[in-house]
Design a protein around this ligand. Structure first.
Ligand code: AP5
Ligand code: MG
Length: 218
C-alpha cells in the first residue's frame, strides 16, 4: 500500500473522512481533506478563510481557483511523497482536469478513485449527529460512533467537542444539491480512466473499511 495515490469521493456525510483517516493510520499515507484545510483557514482567520466561510456556511462550493492552488501547494510538501488520499477533492470537472495536469507535471499516477456511495435519505442523520474532539480531531457520531466513556475522547482523553457550522439539516440539503449537480458528473471522468471503484457505504463503518481494503488489494 505504501506509495498509493488515492481519491475518496462521496456525498456529504458519506464517510469519506472516516475511511480516509483509517487508510492514513493503517498505511502511513497522508489524508488531504480540502474541507479540513478550509476549516483550518477559517479558524486562523486568513484571507482564504474569510472568503471561504460564507460559501461553506451556505453549503456551496468554494471557487475552483482557490481550491486548486491550495491542493497544488499541499501536494508538493514532503509528507506527500510516500502517497496521499485526497478526501473531498476534486469536486468539479474543472478541478479533476486541473489535478490531472498537476499530477502529470509531477510524473505521478493515481492508483484508484473510490466512490463511497450512500443514499441521500441516510445522510442528514449522519451529518447532524456528527461531532469531533476539539483537541485531536477524532470524529464521532451520536448514534453510529459513540464515545466509550461519556464526555471523554477515546483517543486523547480530551473533554471538549465541536460540531461543524455547516452541519445543520438545511445546509446539508444545499451541500447534497452541490454534490449531485457538480461532483457526481465526475464519476464518468474516472470511469473512462479505468480508476473508479464504487463501494456500498451504507453499512457499518468496519464493514465499509474491510471492503475498502479488499478492493484496494491491501
Ligand atoms: P467537506 O468537509 O469535504 O464536507 P462534505 O463533502 O460535505 O463531507 P463531510 O466531511 O461532511 O462528510 P464525510 O464524507 O467526510 O463523512 P464523515 O466520515 O465525517 O467540505 C465542506 C465544505 O468545504 C463544502 O461544502 C465546500 O463549501 C467546501 N469544500 C471542500 N472541498 C471543496 C472542493 N474540493 N471544492 C470546493 N469547495 C470545497 O462521516 C459523517 C458522520 O457519519 C460521522 O459522524 C461518522 O462517524 C458517521 N459515519 C461514517 N461512516 C459511517 C457508516 N458507514 N455508518 C454509520 N455512520 C457513519
Ligand atoms: Mg469529511
Amino acid at each position: 500500500m505504501a506509495g498509493k495515490r488515492l481519491i475518496v469521493m462521496g456525498p456529504p456525510g458519506g464517510g469519506k473522512g472516516t475511511q480516509a483517516k483509517r487508510l492514513q493510520d493503517r498505511y502511513g499515507i497522508v489524508q488531504l481533506s480540502t474541507g479540513d484545510m478550509l476549516r483550518a483557514a477559517v479558524k486562523a482567520g486568513t484571507a482564504l478563510g474569510k472568503q471561504a466561510k460564507t460559501v461553506m456556511d451556505a453549503g456551496k462550493l468554494v471557487s475552483d481557483e482557490l481550491i486548486v492552488a491550495m491542493i497544488a501547494e499541499r501536494i508538493s510538501e514532503a509528507d506527500c511523497a510516500n502517497g496521499f488520499i485526497l478526501d473531498g477533492f476534486p469536486r468539479t470537472v474543472l478541478q479533476a482536469e486541473s489535478l490531472d495536469k498537476l499530477l502529470k507535471s509531477k510524473g505521478i499516477k493515481l492508483d484508484s478513485v473510490i466512490e463511497v456511495a450512500v443514499p441521500d435519505a441516510r445522510l442528514i442523520e449522519r451529518v447532524t449527529g456528527r461531532f469531533t474532539c476539539a483537541k485531536c480531531g477524532e470524529g464521532y457520531h451520536d448514534k453510529f460512533k459513540q464515545l466509550r466513556k461519556a464526555g471523554v475522547c477515546d483517543t486523547c482523553g480530551g473533554t471538549e467537542f465541536i460540531r461543524r457550522a455547516d452541519d445543520k439539516a438545511e445546509t446539508v440539503v444545499a451541500r447534497l444539491k452541490a454534490y449531485h449537480d457538480q461532483t457526481a458528473p465526475l464519476m464518468p471522468h474516472y470511469e473512462r480512466q479505468g480508476l473508479l471503484k464504487v463501494i456500498d457505504g451504507d453499512r457499518d463503518i468496519n464493514v465499509v473499511a474491510a471492503e475498502l481494503e479488499r478492493v484496494l488489494g491491501a
